[in-house]
Design a protein around this ligand. Structure first.
Ligand SMILES: Nc1nc2c(c(=O)[nH]1)N[C@H]1C(S)=C(S)[C@@H](COP(=O)(O)OP(=O)(O)OC[C@H]3O[C@@H](n4cnc5c(=O)[nH]c(N)nc54)[C@H](O)[C@@H]3O)O[C@H]1N2
Ligand SMILES: Nc1nc2c(c(=O)[nH]1)N[C@H]1C(S)=C(S)[C@@H](COP(=O)(O)OP(=O)(O)OC[C@H]3O[C@@H](n4cnc5c(=O)[nH]c(N)nc54)[C@H](O)[C@@H]3O)O[C@H]1N2
Ligand code: SF4
Ligand SMILES: [Mo]
Length: 699
């Protein structure tokens, strides 16, 4: 007989709600939760069972033999692996103190466990992937609203115009959001897509601008100027809720449509026409502030300008605009209990300098790349052990060689991974985490306009000897004398602890797999809106940025041009792959086995490259080079070459993904130390490469 289990997808970090069917202990069907997602799932989500049953994964705890990265492992029992890890950690803590332990994880709603573990040990050195993802957008949002990236959601369903710049929403997707876009388009919403290549999102757009790579800030300054000049903004909103309008006007005064055309390639007449259009549609006009903006040294200001455009549209806390994300407490329920709240924060300063040396960055996750300095120099103090959980820094961050130098200075590398990540393969010990279908996770709040509680539930028993994280961190903590930080008995104990005082019982999840916390969308009273900035207003001119020595809206500067014959390297996601995680999945590999190099015909011709040719892509200087296949297409800007991220894996045990395609992050040489100074995001795309054909006379 088939059994239904509601859970959360884990094939990417979106965690769509799912409904699974289980027959004789095997998962036989996965679909989107029909109550929330009408059964919809993306290709990756549908290929989930294949990952669980058929991928090469760690089959039990392993301790490295031989040199790091050499691939020689000894399978051990859980007791042996945990004792080994705890003993080594204890030794390091005795000599260097608990602050010498660093931990990173992928972020998301289940961070309470790793954060509690590190806090209980007494180390402040928690970090995550965000410097290579959304940190510029997050900091830009804070500079305007005093509220972070995740404090807003976008009511696309009711928008009249959605503007996507550097956001490939229909391929770099969240199922629910992509469906909202398609439905809104069918209902007449306009979509303006601004990219350096033609994407699937561009193909659905009502207007597509292919801009010169890295010129977005000029376009946005020009849009701000045109909106102000033509009086197309919401004057009463701006007057009441923003600070620094005159500053904005003065700073953008020279950015005429002709100036925009000169810098970006977008025709001046189209800038004028676009502004005329949105003037009639506001406040239901959304400028998406971006997501993966770890691209340029000025990406912080690109996102800041997008946020400013939203405020000019007056689209805050209105249907069809951006809505302040509501938390559990906004629904009348008390917040869920968190384990980390029971422990006081470590007094030590962070080793990455965030919060004291670099005051303008959010101290929550700090910045991964700044740990590099501390690890290499021992200043402000040594870091000696590193636990990475659901995080693969060797792919997430650029420049493998620079990272290996950093990792080699550490005495202990602990991996908690469900698969063989690149960094996991380089670890000293692997504590295999069960895959998403094989484990229960803590309850999480899905905040938004209509918050709810969500829960990942075990669908099947683990196929191999892996464990859930609630067990792994508890076991490690107990061995290190801080077991009190994890005072629960099994997952039910943890769930009950979380729900204590809310009046919500565990069986509330049974019927639909989630627990709604309110009946309808919760909107704040627009008359009394205030923001978490020093002035309580949306700060076009930011006092905080000034305090930290930064400009609130500097003039546009052209990005450095590519040297003669070279290209800017651009990357992005494909709809059926997640970062470097899915290339080894049998089904997904079949759909897209390797990435190609998109190259414009005008450039390909002079290099004698045709579609299908093997090409060699090298860093300037040529020391780092990789091969792939060329795709000659006018879908990419002539100044750039494009490839999908996540390919070119180095773990030999992965039979399909190994050495297949181009590893973009490895071509970003020197970028581990190159980041946006204001937003903190890695400047991955300040990277130039050379391309040559291998088919005729190449080497
Ligand atoms: N050059 C370049 N760099 C990039 C990007 C790019 O496009 N180009 N993209 C950036 C972006 S947007 C992001 S978010 C980051 C992503 O970088 P990461 O956060 O490192 O990547 P993920 O693919 O989310 O997963 C990391 C690890 O989680 C493991 N994993 C999967 N499921 C589980 C599980 O259930 N439990 C445990 N313990 N482990 C699990 C995987 O095996 C993998 O080793 O990379 C960034 N870096
Ligand atoms: N299928 C799939 N979906 C995912 C993920 C995944 O791995 N796979 N990961 C999730 C995560 S963690 C994230 S952060 C999001 C990321 O979501 P997005 O930020 O939308 O993702 P990307 O595909 O990296 O980049 C978006 C677009 O930016 C364009 N671009 C590059 N340079 C420039 C430029 O100079 N100017 C302009 N205007 N455009 C430029 C690229 O061509 C690309 O089409 O996706 C999420 N969804
Ligand atoms: S977007 Fe796809 S892979 Fe990601 S959680 Fe949703 S269904 Fe799973
Ligand atoms: Mo991301």
């Amino acid at each position: 007989m088939k059994k239904t289990v509601y859970s959360l997808c884990g094939m990417c970090s979106v965690r769509c709600p799912i409904r699974c069917e289980v027959e004789q202990g095997r998962v036989v069907w996965v679909e989107g939760n029909p109550h929330l997602q009408q059964g919809a799932l993306c290709g990756k989500g549908s290929a989930g069972p294949n990952m669980v049953y058929r991928e090469e994964r760690p089959k039990g705890p392993m301790i490295r033999q031989g040199k790091r990265g050499g691939g020689q492992w000894k399978r051990v029992s859980w007791d042996e692996a945990l004792d080994f890890t705890a003993e080594r950690l204890r030794g390091i803590i005795e000599v260097y103190g608990s602050r010498s332990v660093m931990l990173s994880c992928r972020g998301g709603p289940f961070q309470d466990l790793p954060k509690t573990f590190l806090k209980a040990l007494g180390s402040p050195n928690f970090t995550n992937h965000d410097a290579a993802c959304g940190i510029n957008v997050h900091h830009a949002s804070r500079s305007l609203y005093g509220m972070g990236r995740k404090d807003f959601v976008y009511d696309i369903k009711h928008a009249e115009h959605l503007v996507l710049l550097g956001r490939n929403l229909l391929e770099s997707l969240q199922v629910g959001e992509a469906r909202n876009v398609m439905n809104a388009l069918a209902a007449g919403m306009k979509l303006t897509c601004i990219d350096v290549r033609a994407t699937v999102t561009a193909s659905k757009a009502t207007r597509f601008w292919m801009v010169k790579p890295g010129s977005d800030y000029a376009l946005l300054l020009g849009l701000i100027r045109q909106i102000i000049e033509t009086g197309s903004y919401d004057a009463s909103f701006v007057d009441r809720f923003t600070l620094g309008f005159d500053f904005l006007k003065e700073r953008t005064a020279a950015c005429t449509p002709e100036w925009v055309e000169h810098h970006t390639g977008v025709p001046a007449a189209q800038v004028v026409e676009f502004v005329e259009e949105i003037a009639t549609q506001r406040p239901r006009v959304i400028f998406h502030p971006g997501w993966m903006f770890a691209r340029y040294r000025n990406s912080f200001y690109v996102s800041r300008a997008l946020h400013i455009l939203n405020a000019l549209m007056g689209n805050v806390e209105v249907p069809g605009g951006q809505i302040i994300s509501k938390k559990m407490k906004d629904t009348g329920y008390p917040e869920l209990h968190a384990l980390a709240d029971r422990i006081s924060s470590p007094k030590e300063k962070r080793a990455d300098g965030v919060g004291w040396k670099y005051r303008h960055f959010d101290a929550g996750p700090g910045l991964f790349q700044l740990f590099q300095d501390a690890i290499l120099s021992g200043d402000p103090y040594p870091i000696k052990a590193y636990l990475f959980y659901r995080h693969d820094p060797l792919v997430c961050f650029p420049d493998r060689e620079a990272q290996l130098t950093m990792l080699d200075r550490l005495d202990l590398l602990i991996s908690v991974d469900a698969k063989f990540g690149e960094t996991t393969w380089y670890a000293d010990v692997i504590l295999p985490n069960s895959a998403y279908l094989e484990k229960d996770s803590p309850i999480a709040v899905k905040s938004g306009a209509r918050p709810m509680l969500i829960r990942r539930q075990k669908v099947i028993e683990p196929v191999y000897d892996s464990k859930p994280e609630w067990w792994i961190f508890q076991q490690l903590a107990q061995r290190l004398g801080v077991g009190d930080a994890f005072p629960y008995d099994g997952i039910e104990g943890l769930w009950k602890f979380q729900l204590e005082g809310t009046g919500i019982a565990l069986d509330a999840f049974e019927e639909k797999g989630y627990v709604p916390l309110c009946d309808d969308v919760i909107m704040r009273d627009r008359e009394t809106l205030s923001f978490k900035t020093p002035s309580g207003k949306i700060e076009f001119d930011s006092q905080v940025l000034r305090r930290d020595g930064f400009d609130a809206l500097p003039p546009f500067e052209e990005r450095e041009p590519a040297p003669d014959g070279a290209f800017r390297l651009i990357f992005g996601r494909h709809a059926i792959h997640t970062h470097a995680q899915t290339q080894n999945n049998e089904y997904l590999h079949e759909v897209l086995p390797q990435n190609t190099l998109w190259i414009h015909p005008s450039r390909a011709e002079s290099l004698e490259i045709r579609s299908g040719d093997r090409v060699l892509v090298s860093c300037l200087g040529g020391a780092t080079r990789f091969q792939t296949t060329a795709w000659v297409t006018d879908s990419v800007h002539p100044e750039a070459v494009f490839t999908y991220h996540g390919f070119g894996r180095t773990v030999p045990i992965l039979k399909r993904a190994y050495a297949c395609g181009l590893p973009d992050q490895r071509l970003c040489k020197g970028k581990l130390s190159d980041f946006d100074p204001v937003g903190g995001g890695i400047a991955n795309q300040e990277t130039f490469v050379q391309v040559q054909t291998l088919d005729e006379g190449g080497n």
